[in-house]
Ligand binder design. Structure first.
Ligand code: KG4
Ligand code: ZN
Length: 343
């Protein structure tokens, strides 16, 4: 009795398998970084094509690691949005076909709910019986989203605010491109920021009047201006000087992001009397942000770093919650659904 989770919303083809007690049996991710890196960002057409090539292999590998046959699957959970339509369709159609041929239920999972569910993975088990954490604030920080959500239970989401412009992961990726560091930007900015010695450049923080909202496009422009002033318009720098300046700009950018995310989340958690903040999405893998969250007065819950970026396990986890509630979708009705079902 197991659930397969399939994720193809962006640039990872991924599958994860759980048993019905929540024990993790496998988690396989085929990254497309090499495909997109030469372009400095994701090319949707190439992403869909890579999913088509990878999906069989990834699911077979997940079954092999879980040591089960395809006939032992009790349900198929699949991301049905938000994401790149062409990418979503590959996973969705594969899941539809598989559920029809095995005659097992199909569960449509919202990608953002999947990310949040990863906060409840403990060691090798998905433990979603932690009802004492609600109400809580979920801070969702990924390549496409930056949202503050009030959760009263696993199915109640109130969107308090989101970014007005760039998502925070998108800002990491763009600043990385400005600094010539490559794609994806998050891990590489984090690495370079660790090398900063002086740490004396200060970039702006967009606090905004509406506390629950974010904006990162001004920070991106300010980072670009700083890079031009300190690096690109100075032809007297040695290679070592250039490296030092890159790390200083990366640090100034990262600490600005971290300050804004932490300050706002804490204030909002206090405003809504929440004792816990769930932090999820690819940017939650950032060690600097994780460390700074630890030193605040509110308890923060992060998935393990490896479960922060897109994966199929988080989709299987959310699928398990729906499976227990018999929340299935008729394969004829499932479609690409763009948003989290928020109130
Ligand atoms: O959740 P995710 O894998 O995909 C989306 O749903 O968007 O997030 C990808 C984003 C990318 O923008 C990537 O640069 C960022 O997460 N990211 C990081 C780190 N690892 C991935 N950002 C900051 N620090 C990291 N260590
Ligand atoms: Zn994601």
């Amino acid at each position: 009795m197991t659930i397969l989770g399939i994720e193809t919303s962006c640039d990872e083809t991924a599958a994860g398998i759980l048993d019905l007690e929540g024990n993790i049996l496998s988690n396989v991710v085929a990254s497309q970084i090499e495909t997109h890196a030469p372009y400095g960002g994701i090319i949707p057409e190439l992403a869909s094509r890579a999913h088509i090539v990878n999906i069989h292999k990834v699911i077979n590998e997940a079954l092999k690691i879980a040591k089960i046959s395809v006939n032992e699957l009790s349900a198929i959970a699949v991301t049905n949005g938000p994401g790149l339509a062409g990418s979503l369709l590959v996973g969705l159609n594969f899941a539809k076909g598989l559920s029809a041929s095995l005659e097992v239920p199909l569960i449509g999972v919202n990608h953002l709910e999947g990310h949040i569910s990863a906060c409840f993975i403990e060691e090798n088990k998905f433990n979603y019986s932690l009802n004492d954490i609600f109400p809580c604030i979920a801070l969702l920080i990924s390549g496409g989203h930056t949202e503050l959500i009030l959760m009263n239970d696993y199915d109640s989401y109130k969107l308090l605010g989101q970014t007005r412009d760039d998502a925070v992961g998108e800002a990491f990726d763009k600043v990385s491109r400005i600094l010539g560091l490559g794609y994806p930007g998050g891990p590489v900015i984090e690495k370079w920021a660790k090398l900063a010695n002086k740490q004396n450049y200060v970039l702006p923080r967009a606090w905004l009047k509406k506390d629950e909202e974010f904006s990162f496009s001004g920070l991106k422009t300010a980072s670009k201006n700083l890079a031009f002033e300190k690096i690109y318009s100075n032809n007297k720098l040695s290679n070592d000087d250039i490296k030092n300046e890159i790390s200083e700009v990366a640090y100034a950018f990262q600490i600005s992001v971290s300050d804004v995310l932490i300050n706002k989340s804490i204030r909002i958690a206090e405003k809504y009397n929440c004792k816990n903040i769930l932090v999820s999405g690819g940017v939650a893998a950032n060690g600097f942000i994780r460390e700074n969250f630890k030193n605040t007065k509110i308890n923060s819950i992060f998935p393990e770093r490896k479960h922060c970026t897109d994966n199929g396990l988080m989709i299987a986890c959310r699928g398990l919650i729906d499976y227990k509630k018999n929340k299935f979708i008729n394969p004829q009705d499932i479609n690409v659904a763009p948003q989290l079902n928020v109130t």
